[in-house]
Design a protein around this ligand. Structure first.
Ligand code: WTA
Length: 650
């Protein structure tokens, strides 16, 4: 550890790292001197078919236009131009299948694959602006499918392959997708689990309700049996693979929609976050280059996220590929066939940049340091963290055990809505503190304010600050699909007078003015870095005939950050069913939403704590779930309900 003069627990980059880093301190100065010019320069790292007229048009706030009148093709930027620049033989993707098979895809091969898919999608009659749902595990074709959509101006909506048929159907309907791309099955810890079957279940759900889907395109992965509907269903290897590998990319407007990605909000209905092309690609490319200090042709980069989440969109697909990265894409879980898997992969490919979530770091800690110690991890030179606050202990362990005590750790704060990293150290500049996201990146502006919008003081110990973004940024969401009113209400109403974006996170500034993100302040839980709304889980629970009422809270959990704790009141008929019903309810939530939403605990209670106006007091339930002394109970109708609730927890 390097002790700097100004702070006991901060880690400065080595002189060697700083000297070679992509980003120097001057970026902050350039950005604050002229923000628009700064972003224009970042946009110039891309290929534009037609230059833009205006950098930022905020006249229609809160819907921004970045680089208006500019035209580009996102896929051309991620693939074609690297081949044209003479890098066709460079590996784009070192793909590692869960069962141990692997495949290297060069940029030339990627171009051919994406072109084939684009030609075939065109043959299917898909046109720019149409929506395509992608429900796939981590196979190269998933990335090909996303890029082929981008190439044609089709809007992809990737649905995490761990989501249930119900969740898939809801998303497909909301976006009126014409095509679903999936696989026959997916490998899960050595077993082939069906996936195409889930698509069929989704499409046949709700009886005969008509839907928008014309075709289901299926990649063969596990070779398990699949249900088949002639005419509607198509095999990828009989169609895309047979199509021509030549395709000329057409330019699209900078504001042309690129993708919709659904994320949990504070109600049961997920929000389709809409992202567009030019500004999004500018910022994911800029941040990938500077935050990860990525050097094309030298680094081997690995982001362990799934393409079903925004991290996979921005830091597996668009950011790295726009920067001509060579990256590892791994299909499976970190402990298959055993806990050595990630470190074997790091060793095998010489991974130099590794980006993961705190929950996985904590899991590695639990497995023990002798596991990574059995491997040569000397290729690793930079480590990243995303998805939830990283506790200082995990941060230090990450740097010491995985990063040999030298690799800079970048704790990156951002959201599905922000599209790209917003708050993070710059690895060659910042003296980092374990647990702190530190400062907004050059070109980004953020404030920590109180309820009224007054900036909080540095070093205030009370955690009463809210994180807001007071300036538009290039990769910001452009709305919620089909519900612009909800867009305004969710993000822009809280600080409407100031015109600020409310992120939904609590934050504080330490005595040095460095920023610490503390986690959600709304009814959104963060379980292993996945956003799940309390309302969604509650609605799955009350969907069960035995449940009269349900309240769900996120309680702190040593490994997953938060764990889901549910309190349910049973119907009179279900009262005597006991423990079996609790298991059944957990299974119901898994089925209805996803196994990641499965409650850690379900407590059957006689009553829920409510205010006089009938609002459930989640804060008090959280106290109970975390075993704390109760906070203020004076507004409760019946303070005695807690005795009864406590008794059920004993
Ligand atoms: C949380 C994931 C603390 C935060 C990219 C945010 C973090 C939500 C961090 C977004 C971090 C993400 N430190 N909290 N470095 N990164 N979060 O949309 O609560 O899946 O609002 O995007 O994750 O989750 P999302």
């Amino acid at each position: 550890m390097t002790e700097t003069a100004d702070h006991k627990d901060s880690y400065s980059p080595s002189a060697e790292f700083a000297a070679a880093a992509n980003a120097g301190a001057e970026l902050y100065e350039q950005a604050s001197a002229d923000r628009d010019a700064f972003w224009a320069e970042q946009a110039s790292r891309l290929h534009w078919h037609q230059p833009w007229g205006q950098v930022l048009d905020w006249s229609d706030a809160p819907v921004a236009k970045w680089f208006a009148d500019g035209k580009l093709n996102v896929a051309y930027n991620c693939v074609d131009r690297h081949v044209l620049d003479g890098h066709g033989d460079q590996v784009a993707i070192h793909w590692e299948g869960e069962p141990g098979d692997s495949r290297a895809v060069t940029y030339r091969e990627l171009l051919a694959e994406v072109s084939r898919a684009a030609n075939y999608f065109t043959e299917l009659g898909l046109e720019a602006g149409d929506r395509v749902a992608i429900y796939m595990p981590m196979v190269p074709e998933a990335i090909v499918a996303m890029l082929a959509c981008a190439r044609l101006g089709l809007t992809h909506s990737v649905v995490f392959a761990g989501f249930s048929p119900t969740a898939l159907r809801q998303r497909v309907d909301d976006a009126s997708a014409r095509l679903i791309i999936t696989t026959d099955g997916q490998w899960r810890r050595g077993k082939a689990a069906p996936l195409k079957e889930a698509v069929d279940e989704a499409l046949f759900a709700n009886g005969d309700v008509p839907h928008s889907v014309e075709h289901v395109l299926v990649v063969r992965r596990t070779e398990i049996e699949v249900p088949w509907t002639e005419g509607r269903d198509l095999w990828w290897h009989e169609t895309v693979t047979q199509a021509s590998p030549e395709h000329e990319a057409q330019p699209f407007d900078a504001e042309h929609p690129l993708f919709i990605l659904y994320t949990s909000g504070t109600t049961g209905k997920p929000k389709g976050i809409l992202h567009t092309s030019g500004g999004y690609l500018t910022q994911v490319s800029y941040t990938h280059h500077n935050v990860f200090d990525h050097k094309a042709g030298q680094d081997v980069y690995w982001c362990t996220a799934d393409i079903g989440w925004v991290t996979g969109h921005s830091y597996i697909v668009y950011g790295p590929l726009s920067n001509r990265a060579t990256q590892v894409v791994y299909e499976g879980t970190p402990n298959f066939p055993d806990e050595h898997r990630h470190w074997q992969i790091v060793e095998k490919y010489g991974v130099s940049i590794y980006y993961t979530a705190p929950t996985l770091v904590r899991t590695f800690m639990k497995w023990g340091r002798e596991i990574p110690a059995a491997h040569d991890l000397s290729s690793l030179r930079l480590l990243g963290s995303v998805g939830e606050p990283i506790n200082p202990e995990a941060w230090r362990w990450y740097r010491d055990v995985i990063g040999a005590g030298t690799a800079p750790v970048v704790d990156t704060w951002w959201q599905t809505e922000t599209g790209a990293i917003m708050i993070s150290p710059l690895p060659g500049v910042t003296a980092t503190k374990p647990g702190a996201a530190m400062a907004p990146l050059p070109g980004i502006s953020a404030l920590v304010v109180d309820e009224e919008g007054k900036p909080v003081q540095r070093g205030e110990t009370e955690a009463n600050g809210y994180l807001v973004l007071d300036q538009p940024w290039p990769s910001m969401l452009r709305g919620i699909w089909g519900d612009m009113e909800r867009y305004r209400a969710t993000y822009w109403e809280r600080y409407a007078a100031q015109g600020w974006y409310f992120a939904g996170d609590g934050a504080k500034l330490d005595a040095d003015g460095d920023l610490w993100v503390l986690g959600r302040v709304d009814d959104v839980m963060n379980v292993s870095g996945h956003r799940i709304s309390t309302a969604e889980v509650e609605s799955a629970l009350v969907g069960h005939s035995g449940v009269a009422e349900a309240a769900v809270v996120g309680a702190s959990d040593e490994t997953t950050g938060q764990g889901i704790v549910a309190f349910v009141i049973l119907t009179a008929e279900a009262k005597d069913t006991g423990a079996a019903l609790v298991d059944e309810l957990k299974a119901e939530v898994s089925r209805e939403i996803s196994p990641i939403a499965r409650p850690r605990e379900i407590h059957v209670v006689p009553e829920l704590p409510k205010t006089r106006s009938g609002k459930i007091m989640r804060r008090l339930l959280r106290d109970v779930a975390e075993g704390r002394e109760l906070g203020d109970t004076s507004t409760l109708v019946d303070p005695n309900v807690f005795e009864a609730i406590r008794a059920t927890k004993a």
